[in-house]
Every structure is written in C-alpha cells, then in structure tokens.
Design a protein around this ligand. Structure first.
Ligand code: NAD
Length: 344
C-alpha cells in the first residue's frame, strides 16, 4: 500500500492539468462505453463505428431501458463488442478493464428516469452511485498498470446531467461553476457520482472529464420519456398527461449533436474539467407536446384523433418538479469549437 500511495502522488503531480487525450499520445483506439444499449449510449456507439476507426466495447446490464436493437446496424462490425455486465459487479468490471485494455471509458450507464427515482430510489443509489464507484475503482487500478504514455492518454469520461444544478427561475443559465442543488433522487444520485469522479481525479490523479447536458431528443429513446410517450399515446388516441400547467422549461438537445460533443470532449477536453452541453433550445413542456401534436396532425391526416392536441390532460404535478433548466454552452463552444447542427 505504501509504495502504491507514493506512486499515486507522483502520477497526480506530473499529470499536466491542461492536456487533452490527443495531445497526450494520439487518438482513442479502444473505448469502453457503459450503458451503450440505452438512448444516448447507442447514438455514441453508432457514431464511433461510423465515423472513426476506434474499437468499442459496450458494457450494459440490459435493464428495461437497454435495447440491443438500437445497435442492429453495428452489431456485426468487427470493431464492436458487447458485454452484458452490471457495473455494480466489481469482479466483472475489473475483468472488462484487464481483458479489453481500453484507452478510455465513456460512462453513460445509469438509471435515468426521474419518475422512477421517486417511486423506487434504491436502483438509482446502486447503479448511479455504487456503480460509478465500482467503475472508478477498477479504472484506477487498471490505469496504474499502464506505461507513462498510456496513463497520460487514458480518460474516464463521466456523462452527467444539468439536473444536478437544481432549478432556475425565469432568467439565468447553468454554468460549469453553478453550485450543485439536486432536487430529485435521480439528480441527487447523479450529483453524488459527479463528486466521486471529481474526487478520483483530485485524490488519485485519474484523468477524468465530466459533461453535464440538457434534455436529449431523437431516435431510439425509451417510450416512457416525454416525446416518444406523447407520440405513441397520441397515435393510439390516449390521454396525453402533462404535469401541472405544463410550464416547466427544458432545454432540448438533439442526441446526435450530444454524441458528437461527447466524442469531442473525450478527445480534446482538458483533464479535470467539466463541460456543459446544450443547444439553447428552451421550450415549455406544453409547447413540446403541442408541437408533437401539430406534426402528428400533419403526418397522419386520416387519424380519428385529430386535432391530437385535444388529448392533452393536465395531471397533478411531480413532487419536487424543477421549474426551468437552461444550459450555457459557451465553454465547449469557445474552447473546443463544438456547435449543435440541429435545432429543436
Ligand atoms: N436522456 C437525457 O435526456 C439525458 C440528459 C442528461 C444526462 N443524461 C445522462 O446520460 C446517460 C445516458 O442516458 P440515457 O437517456 O441514454 O439513459 P437510458 O435510460 O436510455 O439508458 C441507460 C442504459 O444503462 C444501462 N444500465 C442501467 N443500469 C445499469 C447497470 N447497473 N449496469 C450496466 N448497465 C446499466 C441500461 O440497460 C440502458 O441501456 C445517463 O447517465 C443519464 O443520466 C441523459
């Protein structure tokens, strides 16, 4: 233990805080993506396979939210591997690192639905906090076995949410420096994970980057989330439930723009830094649902449920419901040159 501690301190001190993975030894050759069968993780993997030469190992437990059909287009690619593993399983997580020997981890596996966290917080504590700890612990032990170039290049990229910052009033934007003020069991568990990642960098020198993004929209989202839920219910002529008055504001980001931002931060982000990602796409929930209904009216002119907007039903508000989220993406835009290609 004594020799390891001395070694760790040396690594922490010699790791330059401003180096990107590319500057420290080249492009990422092999990446482990946790939660790759989920909505955002599958978008990240599809991009990695389509747009780079990287090998990708998808580590996913396949909970109710995981769906390998989202990866049907890459499943046969020789650069893609799937490992059905629970990130809370320390022995399996350790095996993943030492068997696949990745240059980077992109950590997206999580319990991600706020309503479920209110009904049953335990799974959120397990996966989002203990699972992140288990990954960090294994990543650190693996990282210490790498040579100097490998250690400098290695990245632990933790993917988090703007919900850790709490709720905004009518004005203002979340910056990377905004104090944490999580209000739901989901956001509290993500905030805890963010703090663990920070501590593994500050204490052990593990080269981490963290991103906090706003609400994503796009293909392959699990249909309990607002947009796919509304589409499916409207097509079936079912009531479209909206919490309270529907005036809660979210900042919408297209999932492929998010995936591109994540790959950019992994390659060029500065170690130990956080980058907020959003597309300046603020909408009230009511506007989002009305917009979906208007598109369905146009796309399904023969629907007996037109105008679909008539299906909107206001229901009792979610406890602790945050009023407004909005992201200041100035840092990732000015430092790394990222721009969203799609608007809401
Ligand atoms: N969807 C959004 O709008 C959004 C916004 C901000 C941040 N995020 C964050 O991005 C990440 C991905 O979100 P998403 O919407 O793709 O989530 P998702 O719910 O669609 O997918 C989560 C994936 O993680 C897997 N998983 C869950 N528990 C696991 C465990 N113990 N071990 C291994 N795999 C496990 C699931 O099987 C699933 O494939 C999450 O960390 C989430 O907090 C999402």
């Amino acid at each position: 233990m004594g020799c390891c501690s001395a070694h760790l301190i040396r690594v922490a001190i010699t790791e330059p805080a401003t180096t990107s993975a590319e500057q420290s030894g080249g492009v990422i050759v092999k990446v482990v993506v946790t939660g790759g069968a989920g909505f955002i993780g599958s978008a990240v993997i599809r991009q990695f396979i389509a747009e780079t030469d990287a090998e990708v190992v998808n580590v996913d437990k396949l909970t109710y939210a995981g769906n390998l059909e989202s990866l049907a287009g890459v499943a046969e690619n020789p650069r893609y591997r799937f490992e059905r593993v629970d990130i809370c399983d320390a022995a399996e997580v350790e095996r993943i690192f030492f068997e696949h020997r990745p240059d980077a981890v992109m950590h997206l596996a999580a319990e991600s639905h706020v309503d479920r966290s209110i009904d049953g917080p335990r799974a959120f504590i397990d996966t989002n906090i203990l699972g992140t700890y288990t990954l960090l612990d294994a990543a650190r032990r693996y990282w210490l076995t790498l040579d100097e170039t490998g250690r400098a290049r290695f990245r632990f990229h933790h993917v988090s949410t703007d919900e850790v910052y709490g709720s905004l009033g009518p004005k203002g934007l979340f910056k990377e420096t905004t104090p944490y003020q999580p209000n739901s069991p989901y956001s509290a568990s993500k905030a805890a994970a963010d703090h663990l990642v920070r501590a593994w960098h500050k204490t052990y020198g593990l080269p981490v980057v963290v991103t906090n993004c706003s609400n994503n929209f796009g293909p392959y989202q699990f249909p309990e989330k607002l947009i796919p839920l509304v589409i499916l219910k409207a097509l079936r002529g079912e009531a479209l439930p909206i919490y309270g008055k529907g005036d809660n504001v979210r900042d919408w980001l297209f999932v492929d723009d998010h995936a591109a931002a994540l790959r950019l931060v992994l390659a060029k982000g500065r170690v130990g830094e956080t980058y907020n990602i959003g597309a300046h796409g603020e909408r009230t929930n009511l506007d989002v649902v009305r917009g979906v209904c208007a598109i369905l009216d146009e796309m399904v002119p023969t629907s007996p449920y037109r105008p679909h907007e008539a299906l909107i039903t206001h229901v009792a508000d979610r406890p602790g419901h945050d009023q407004r989220y909005a992201i200041d993406s100035g840092k990732i835009m000015s430092e790394l040159g990222w721009r969203p290609l799609e608007s809401f």
